[in-house]
Design a protein around this ligand. Structure first.
Ligand code: NAP
Length: 246
């Protein structure tokens, strides 16, 4: 990964931070996209990446905004000349049963989780095609395959990512670009911190390997998909879930 340019959405914390630090160990140049006006988390990730020898910059962009994403990638291209890796990882939840789900709950989750993947991939696909090389990894979820009560919006967004991944993989393959998905199970991050102990215990019961996933478990799979070792793999989904779904 040395000297390659990697854009990681949701790169400030959680799984995105673990992915960033995995790439950082190989001296990649990292663009960490996040949205919170509080820059502390992204600053910490950039500092940790710098300690490992990588160049890392935080960029505050709402990935659900097509215009803002276009500007971001134009700027990245101007400054770095290329994008080798795109990890579409930014995501949110607005959990509630369908009978209580508002249009805003639906729209927000679909915009941040799914439209963002279109926005970023659309912005990067032409430069990657010109390079005749590139790696795109989209972060889905086990919930996109098996569903989850209270997450109809989230599950729809994550299932949508899988269809998108396969279609773009077919389009981009002739130009040497691979497009894959990683579907985490239950991972210890801020996203899952807020769940009640009862919900966490229920998840634990479904995990044959008997532990909650760590962000590093997911980062390993993402990194491998971006390595030369995975050059013959495209349109696939790697499930990293401790056996929760087989
Ligand atoms: P997290 O700790 O809550 O981090 C979410 C990241 O997304 C943050 O960096 C956040 O940046 C960024 N983000 C949110 N809205 C954004 C927006 N509009 N524009 C740009 N960036 C935005 O979540 P996580 O658990 O690491 O999840 C990462 C990905 O894995 C998500 O796609 C999630 O759905 C997926 N996943 C997670 C789990 C799990 O158990 N944790 C399981 C399956 C799949 P700011 O904080 O700066 O806004």
């Amino acid at each position: 990964m040395s000297e390659r340019v990697a854009v990681i959405t949701g790169g400030s914390k959680g799984i995105g931070r673990a992915v960033a630090l995995k790439f950082a160990r190989e001296n990649a140049r990292l663009v960490l996209v996040h949205y919170d006006a509080d820059e502390v988390a992204v600053g910490e990730t950039a500092a940790l990446a710098a300690e490992l020898g990588a160049g890392a910059e935080g960029r505050r962009v709402d990935v659900s905004s097509r215009g803002d994403v276009e500007l971001l990638f134009k700027d990245v291209m101007n400054r770095h000349g290329r994008v080798d890796v795109l990890v579409n990882n930014a995501g949110i939840t607005r959990d509630t049963l369908l009978m209580r789900m508002t249009e805003q709950d639906w729209d927000a989750v679909l915009a941040v989780n799914l439209k963002s993947v279109f926005n970023c991939t659309r912005a990067v696909i032409q430069p990657m095609m010109k390079q005749r090389k590139g790696r795109i990894v989209n972060i889905s979820s086990v919930v996109g395959r098996i569903g989850n009560a209270g997450q109809a919006n989230y599950a729809a967004s994550k299932a949508g990512i899988l269809g998108f991944t396969k279609s773009v993989a077919r389009e981009a393959a002739p130009r040497g670009i691979t497009v894959n998905a990683v579907a985490p199970g239950f991972v210890a991050t801020e996203m899952t911190d807020g769940l009640s102990q009862k919900v966490k215990d229920a998840f634990m019961q479904q995990i044959p390997l008997g532990r909650i996933g760590e962000p590093d478990d997911i980062a390993e799979a993402v990194y491998w998909l971006c390595s030369d070792a995975a050059s013959y793999i495209t349109g696939q989904t790697i499930h990293v879930n401790g056996g929760m779904f087989m």
